[in-house]
Design a protein around this ligand. Structure first.
Ligand SMILES: Nc1ncnc2c1ncn2[C@@H]1O[C@H](COP(=O)(O)OP(=O)(O)OP(=O)(O)O)[C@@H](O)[C@H]1O
Ligand SMILES: [Mg+2]
Length: 329
C-alpha cells in the first residue's frame, strides 16, 4: 500500500515567556525529532499522557503550526514548504475532528451550512454540493430532516456526527481525530468509534487517532505510536504493542489501564524520582522503574527490535527482560 503521509525528523519548539527583559529567551520542545508514516486506508493511533505533544504534532500535519525542522510529506509533497495552489490542495487532503464537537461547530450556523461551508469555500458547483450533502448525512447516520437545525439542538454524539460529515465533505485522504470520543457518554463512544471504522472502509481514508483511551486506540488502530515528552518512544502494530510492550513507559500506561484490581488502579502514572543529577539521555529516565545508570546515560534512538516493532530504550533495544513479556504471564 502507498504511503499517504510521511513525517520525517520533525521538531517544534515554543518560546517560553521571559522571566524579565534581560533574561535569555527559553524554549520548550513540544515535538522532538519525530518520524512516522501512514499508509492508505490505515489507522495510526497516537497515545501518551497530557502534554506529550500529540496535538502539536497534529497541528504540524494540518499546517496550523510550522515545524522548526523536518519534512511532512502528504502524498509525496512537503506541506511545510508548499505555497499557493499546492498548499491549498495539500491542506484539503487533511481534515480534523476535535474532542468537543460543541465548541468546534459554529453555533450560529445550521447543519446544512456547517457541512456545505468547506464545499463553498472550495467553489464546488451547487448541484454537486447538494448531492454530497445528502450522501454525507447518510454516511454518518443523521436524518435528512436535520438540515435546518442548529448544533445546540443535538446530543453530543449527533454533534460529533455533524463534525465527521463536515470533515468528510472534501473527500480528504487523511482524517486526524484528536480525542474524538473523550467528551462523549460511554454508551455513545462505541457508536462513534464504529462509525469511524465503517467510514474508513467505505471511503478508504486514513486516520490518525489521538487518544488517552488505550482500549479505544487499540480497537481502531493498525499501528500505535506512544509519545512521551515530545518524542515517540515506541511504535508497533496495535496487537503487538498490547501483547508485548517493550518501553517501560508503555508498560506503565498499559498497567494503569489493564490492572483489574481497583485498589491498584492509578489514574495517573506512578512517578518514581531517580537521580536527576546524572543528566541521562532518556527523557523518561527520571521516572523509569528500570533506570540503570550504565545504559540510560547513553544515547538511544528509536530502533527496530522485532519486525515492525520500534522502541526508544537502551535497555529494551538490548532485548533485556523488563517487566517480563505479557505473553509469558
Ligand atoms: N502555542 C504554544 N505555545 C507554548 N507552548 C505550547 C503551545 N502549544 C502547546 N504548547 C506546549 O507543548 C506541550 C505539548 O502540548 P500538546 O497540546 O501537544 O500536548 P498533548 O499531548 O496534546 O496533551 P493533551 O493530552 O492534554 O491534549 C505542552 O506542554 C503545551 O503546554
Ligand atoms: Mg491534545
Amino acid at each position: 500500500m502507498k504511503k499517504i503521509l510521511e513525517i520525517k525528523n520533525v521538531s517544534k519548539k515554543f518560546a517560553l515567556r521571559k522571566d524579565n527583559f534581560f533574561s535569555a529567551r527559553k524554549f520548550f520542545t513540544a515535538v522532538d525529532n519525530v518520524s512516522l508514516s501512514l499508509k492508505e486506508n490505515q489507522t495510526l493511533g497516537i497515545v501518551g499522557e497530557s502534554g506529550s505533544g500529540k496535538t502539536t504534532l497534529a497541528k504540524l500535519i494540518l499546517d496550523i503550526e510550522k515545524p522548526d525542522s523536518g519534512e511532512i510529506l502528504i502524498d509525496g509533497k512537503d506541506i511545510t514548504r508548499a505555497k499557493g495552489k499546492e498548499l491549498k490542495e495539500l491542506r484539503r487532503q487533511t481534515q480534523v475532528i476535535f474532542q468537543d464537537p460543541y465548541s468546534s461547530l459554529n453555533p450560529r450556523m445550521n447543519v446544512e451550512n456547517i457541512i456545505l461551508e468547506p464545499l463553498q469555500i472550495n467553489k464546488i458547483i451547487k448541484q454537486e454540493q447538494i448531492k454530497i450533502l445528502h450522501s454525507l448525512l447518510n454516511s454518518v447516520g443523521l436524518p435528512q430532516n436535520c438540515l435546518k437545525k442548529y448544533p445546540h439542538e443535538f446530543s453530543g454524539g449527533q454533534r460529533q456526527r455533524i463534525a465527521i460529515a463536515r470533515a468528510l465533505a472534501l473527500k480528504p485522504k487523511i482524517i486526524i481525530a484528536d480525542e474524538p470520543i473523550s467528551s462523549l457518554d460511554v454508551s455513545i463512544q462505541a457508536q462513534i468509534l464504529n462509525l469511524l471504522k465503517q467510514i474508513k472502509d467505505e471511503m478508504r481514508v486514513s486516520y490518525i487517532f489521538i487518544s488517552h483511551d488505550l482500549s479505544a486506540v487499540c480497537h481502531i488502530s493498525d499501528k500505535i505510536a506512544v509519545m512521551n515528552k515530545a518524542a515517540v518512544v515506541e511504535l508497533a502494530p496495535a496487537e503487538e504493542l498490547f501483547k508485548n510492550p517493550l518501553h517501560p513507559y508503555t508498560q506503565l500506561l498499559l498497567n494503569s489501564v489493564c490492572d483489574a484490581d481497583p485498589e491498584n488502579k492509578n489514574d495517573d502514572i506512578q512517578i518514581i524520582q531517580n537521580d536527576s543529577n546524572l543528566s541521562p539521555s532518556c527523557a523518561f529516565a527520571e521516572r523509569c522503574p528500570l533506570y540503570d545508570q550504565k545504559h540510560c546515560l547513553s544515547e538511544n534512538n528509536l530502533s527496530e527490535v522485532k519486525k515492525e516493532h520500534f522502541v526508544k530504550c537502551a535497555l529494551s533495544s538490548q532485548k533485556k527482560a523488563l517487566y517480563g513479556d505479557r505473553n509469558e504471564n
